[in-house]
Design a protein around this ligand. Structure first.
Ligand code: AMP
Length: 178
């Protein structure tokens, strides 16, 4: 019997050694090119019981799925961007990369207190990016009711880290052995 979402897995291209040797880059641009695959991914990303007020997308590939999901569910869209890109007053959170660190930011007034927010990105690896986004949303007063990703790299532990922070995590497919 085919595993769940094998149709989507077949549309994701793996590019070895990008952006550096040893990384298996999971390329979702090939999924986006397929109208039915893209629509199915967005449809299945919506966790059935959660009723978010807002979808929060992470810069940049997360925006693609987050925007489509927001339209699909009839919610607004909150952009979590790399620092320095948003024009209004922002709050920011640093997160560690393998070498160095990076910073995510959101508009401080982007959500009303207690807004129920569903976080969306294309992929979760170590979870550093998503955890920084969760910290930002909580600082802004949001209630993070879940996080949804097309791809999980379970060996890097990010989904478990998010769950340990009390976030409900929903992923469509896993690539083991990363
Ligand atoms: P992390 O913070 O380690 O969970 O990394 C997640 C972010 O990095 C996501 O925004 C992904 O788009 C990107 N990313 C990390 N690893 C990969 C990979 N192997 N293939 C594609 N994107 C990746």
């Amino acid at each position: 019997m085919p595993a769940a979402n094998d149709d989507l897995r077949a549309l994701i291209r793996t590019i070895p050694d990008f952006p550096k040797p040893g990384v298996q880059f999971r390329d979702i641009t090939t999924l986006l090119l397929d109208a039915q695959g893209f629509a199915s991914a967005v449809d299945r990303l919506a966790p059935p019981v959660l009723r978010p007020d807002l979808i929060a997308g992470i810069d940049a590939r997360g925006f693609v799925f987050a925007a489509a999901l927001a339209l699909h569910l009839g919610t607004g869209l909150l952009l979590i961007r790399k620092d320095g890109k948003l024009p209004g007053k922002t709050i920011a959170e640093d997160y560690a990369l393998e070498y160095g660190s990076d910073r995510l930011a959101m508009h401080v007034d982007a959500c009303t207190p207690d807004a129920k927010v569903l976080l969306v990105d294309d992929l979760i690896a170590t979870g550093g990016t998503a955890l920084a986004a969760v910290r930002l949303l909580k600082r802004a007063g949001a209630q993070v009711i879940g996080a949804a990703f097309v791809i999980d790299l379970p060996d890097l532990g990010g989904a478990e880290r998010l769950r340990a922070e009390g976030v409900e995590v929903h992923t469509l497919l896993a690539f083991e052995g990363e």
